[in-house]
Design a protein around this ligand. Structure first.
Ligand code: FES
Length: 117
């Protein structure tokens, strides 16, 4: 039997989409037809894509060193009230998760997300 694709729930909007096992959160959201805040387009450089993981951060891939460094720096910027923070363009989904991210919304066109220039 095929493995069930994990579900990503985004609050506060309530957006939900499925990810292929191991697919980064942001890539899964874009593939499902949503815009995701980004400047670098998913290269791990801008940090604009970051999410606070509200439930089941253990179901995401372990951060690579570059993401781990970005998370440490974001933590210093954002303060201690946040739960675990991840870059949505880097964190692979391996089970149902709930994240907090403002600005995730349905695309109004047929582009693949990001800039259209
Ligand atoms: S999209 Fe730029 S760091 Fe994730």
């Amino acid at each position: 039997m095929a493995e069930r694709c994990p579900m990503v729930t985004v609050r506060p909007s309530g957006v939900r989409f499925r990810a292929l096992p191991g697919q980064p959160i942001m890539a899964a959201g874009i593939a499902a037809g949503f815009r995701w805040p980004t400047v670098c387009g998913g290269k791990g450089d801008c940090r604009v894509c970051f999410v606070e993981v509200l439930e089941h951060h253990e179901r995401l891939s372990m951060p690579e060193p570059a993401e781990a460094q970005a998370i440490r720096e974001l933590g210093g910027t954002l303060g201690r009230r946040l739960g675990p923070v991840r870059l949505a363009c880097q964190a692979g989904v391996h089970g149902d998760v709930v994240v907090h991210k403002r600005g995730v919304r349905p695309r109004r066109d047929n582009s693949e997300g990001g800039d259209r220039s």
